[in-house]
Design a binder for this molecule. Structure first.
Ligand code: AMP
Length: 427
């Protein structure tokens, strides 16, 4: 199939070819036609599948083929859970609309609202936003979403994980009832289906990859290793393998910082990206990683969510996630757009049960290797560490500190905490 046969306008085809895309990805093939028909769509797709273009291209096609008032009310609203994802989606919208008379903007928290408000005043057709800043500006009467014709909820599962349900409901109340709705989610829990029922009207369902199945292009490997030897092993693998662009997942913010420091002191350029970092620091780390000046990006799950780093060759789980689905999200960062990727997990004795439940979820056994000098500790307990807790003495700093970071325990805690500002800052 070609992009031409999907019926997109010449201006869009020109932008697509400028991006270097030759054929639509499976999610684009499946999602673009029903969106062009004006149908509501429920799509199962994670980052790396080309989902952003899957909703952006038909949305732009519709807006440009059906021009409206000159004063440019917001006609399309794309809601994303994190600032990074908002920024990346906005970049895509800008790229794809280069040859169209369409204006777009992005708004998110953690930065001065003034420039965002000034852009909105000049008129915007497509707005990409995180829920917190959107509602803030709306409450200040600085924007209106009363004229929205197309609403996109991106990464809906992560939205719920981050406690944004109430905010989404508030946003929906402010839009006209008659509109087109598109919802994208990597996983489909009961809560997601409930949310979809509330938002979507007789939706077409499309799927990029079967739920929770890992992409064939990704080769997965586990290194069994003693907990205390993980840092040495990862540095050895990166240095000796001459890996150039490595995304490393750490379970906690503190762990991410510690690992980053050790890498730097071993001569491997690295940066950490997590919720305690300022927006400026995160943007700097990400752009360094993209331009090659930073070889290793150490991230927590929430911070990494939605990062658009094409053709990522290596993903390392420094620690396995305690939620199996997060493993699928993490390794989905590699092997995209047909390139081969490698997903490596360093697994110590206390992560044995996590590994078993991941293998159960993905329906396959992952190959195990042991590196000489980095063997697992035969006397270590296989009892799982509690989420957010390092196995250290009772009075140790990390146990009592707030460094436990972006893990699911904290996410659930935030679900019960309706503080929108707090959630926005964590993103
Ligand atoms: P996404 O899943 O939207 O985050 O996109 C993942 C990556 O794939 C991005 O870097 C896109 O620029 C790229 N991409 C999207 N569509 C295509 C396509 N049809 N062909 C090649 N690359 C694509």
């Amino acid at each position: 199939m070609s992009f031409q046969s999907l019926g997109l306008s010449d201006a869009l085809l020109k932008a697509i070819s400028k991006k270097g895309y030759t054929t639509p990805s499976p999610i684009q093939e499946k999602a673009i036609p029903p969106v062009l028909e004006g149908r509501d769509v429920l799509a199962s797709a994670q980052t790396g599948t080309g989902k952003t273009a899957g909703f952006t291209l038909p949305l732009l096609h519709y807006l440009s083929e059906n021009p409206k008032a000159k004063f440019r009310p917001i006609r399309a609203l794309i809601l994303t859970p994190t600032r990074e994802l908002a920024a990346q989606v906005y970049e895509s919208v800008k790229d794809y609309s280069e040859f169209l008379n369409i204006k777009s903007a992005v708004i998110f928290g953690g930065v001065n609202q003034k420039p965002q408000v000034a852009t909105l005043r000049r008129g915007v057709d497509v707005l990409v936003a995180t829920p917190g800043r959107l509602l803030d500006l709306q409450n200040q009467n600085l924007l209106s979403i009363k004229r929205v014709e197309i609403f996109v909820l991106d990464e809906a599962d992560r939205m719920l994980d981050m406690g944004f349900l109430r905010d989404i409901e508030r946003v929906m109340k402010s839009m006209p009832e008659k509109r087109q709705n598109l919802m994208f989610s990597a996983t489909f829990s009961k809560d997601i289906r409930k949310l979809a029922n509330g938002i979507l009207n007789n939706p077409v369902q499309v799927e990029a990859t079967p739920e929770n199945s890992t992409v064939d292009a990704i080769s997965q490997k586990v290194y069994r290793v003693a907990k205390g030897k993980k840092t040495g092993l990862i540095i050895k693998l990166i240095s000796e393998g001459n890996w150039k662009q490595v995304l490393v997942f750490a379970r906690t913010k503190h762990g991410a910082n510690k690992l980053t420091k050790k890498m730097i002191s071993s001569g491997v350029s690295a940066a950490a990206i997590h919720g305690n970092k300022s927006q400026g620091a995160r943007t700097k780390a990400l752009s360094g990683f993209k331009n090659g000046s930073v070889r290793v990006l150490v991230a927590t799950d929430i911070a990494a969510r939605g990062l658009d780093i094409p053709l990522l060759p290596h993903v390392v789980n420094f620690e396995l996630p305690n939620i199996s689905e997060d493993y699928v999200h993490r390794i989905g960062r590699t092997g995209r757009a047909g390139a081969n990727g490698q997903a490596i997990s360093l697994v110590s004795a206390d992560e044995t049960l996590y590994l078993k439940s991941i293998e159960k979820l993905i329906g396959e056994k992952i190959n195990v290797e042991i590196v000489e000098g980095f063997e697992p500790d035969p006397s270590a307990s296989t009892e799982p560490i509690k989420p957010g807790q390092n196995r250290q003495p009772r009075n140790s700093r990390s146990r009592n500190s707030n460094n436990s970071g972006d893990n699911r325990t904290n996410r659930n805690r935030s679900k019960n905490n309706n503080s929108r500002r707090r959630n926005d800052r964590r993103s």
